[in-house]
Ligand binder design. Structure first.
Ligand code: ZN
Ligand code: ZN
Length: 350
């Protein structure tokens, strides 16, 4: 059971700046000066650099893959879904490169199976809600241009939201291709209160407090529980706020991985009350109380650079250690291209 982050940013795509890149190069070179680095050691030196130096947290809007073998669940269609779609796109150049790099070896796809004939794609896209940052990547998701694709789109009030998803996005004044002209077979499914079974996974949901509404999803499979909850804010101590917090706490109880909205720093969350997002410190408390094993901070604010995000992570980790010294909660930033393999030890936060 794999989890992969394709888009982790909230609100609007936020590509890293050249300034950020230079800062990372500066840190890497400073670390290199502390070693007697030889040219042939450079690849392994880069590999051992900390994530915040050798990678970006990522600027694409929400898209998460949870998969096992050919079963691929996609949560949200932010701009990150474009890169996911490239995995399924036949690419003569890529095939040629594969053939040159591995002469005599039959090309294999990402799941280790022989490529030609290309199998029909059967994908499930599950939507938390249809705010722009969660659907804007869909017109650029390559499989919808492939007649061999069946794309099942699951969501709450999906027939109504279908309009936001495709019909408005494909209005000729906004996008050159019409929804009716898409070659893929696209089927809309209302997400039932009882949840759905997409073997080998079960998925159920919980309504979240967010302007316009949003839903958390809980995926169970192979004895693991993963919860994805983005775009929500639990503020205040009214009876309603407490009831919503308790409902979420029950929903995430004892989960192995909890991927949660934590858009704002604690300070900024006060000035943005009512905007529908959370701060890491509030989420840490919730996760500890619910017995979560691993928390991934998600839906990063587009105005925060990596340094600010790692600062938020440090503060959240210190807060957890200080207030809940007995807690074993692991906390990380959700970062693009990170793959979590739940067959490994999910508590390994080395
Ligand atoms: Zn959002
Ligand atoms: Zn939203």
């Amino acid at each position: 059971m794999l989890i992969r982050f394709w888009g982790v940013r909230g609100s609007i795509p936020a590509p890293p700046s050249s300034y950020e890149l230079r800062d990372k190069i500066f840190k890497a070179l400073t670390m290199a000066l502390e070693t007697r680095l030889k040219p042939w050691d450079i690849p392994s030196f880069i590999n051992m650099l900390p994530h915040e130096v050798k990678s970006f947290v990522g600027g694409n809007t929400p898209c998460i893959e949870i998969s096992h073998g050919k079963r691929i669940l996609i949560f949200d269609a932010g701009s990150g879904i474009r890169n996911l779609g490239q995995l399924f796109t036949p690419s003569p150049a890529k095939d040629l490169l594969d053939a040159l790099e591995n002469p005599g070896v039959e090309h294999r796809d990402r799941h280790g199976e022989a490529d030609p004939p290309r199998p029909k794609l059967n994908l499930d896209l599950i939507l938390t809600h249809t705010h722009w940052d969660h659907i804007q990547g869909l017109p650029f998701f390559a499989p919808i241009y492939n007649p061999d694709t069946i794309l099942n789109i699951h969501g709450h009030d999906i027939q109504e939201k279908k309009r936001n998803l495709f019909i408005q996005q494909s209005d000729p004044s906004l996008f050159p291709l019409k929804f009716e002209d898409l070659p893929a077979k696209i089927i809309f499914h209302e997400f039932p209160d009882t949840g759905i079974v997409l073997e080998p996974f079960t998925v159920d949901s919980l309504a979240l407090p967010h302007p316009g509404g949003s839903h958390a999803f809980r995926v169970k499979g192979f004895g693991f529980t993963v919860v994805f909850a983005t775009d929500y804010e639990i503020a205040g101590d009214s009876a309603d706020a407490i009831a919503k917090k308790e409902a979420l706490k029950d929903f995430i109880a004892n989960s192995d991985v909890f991927i949660s909205d934590s858009q704002y720093s604690y300070t900024e969350s006060h000035s943005k009350e009512g905007w529908g997002h959370s701060s890491a410190l509030n989420i840490v408390e919730l996760a500890v109380q619910a017995g979560v094993k691993s928390l991934y901070l998600f839906h990063h604010d587009p105005n925060y650079d990596d340094q600010k995000l790692y600062d938020i992570l440090d503060k959240a980790s210190s807060y957890a250690r200080l207030l809940f010294p007995q807690s074993t909660l692991g906390i990380r930033l959700a970062a693009e291209d990170t793959v979590i393999d739940l067959s490994d030890d999910v508590d390994d936060f080395s």
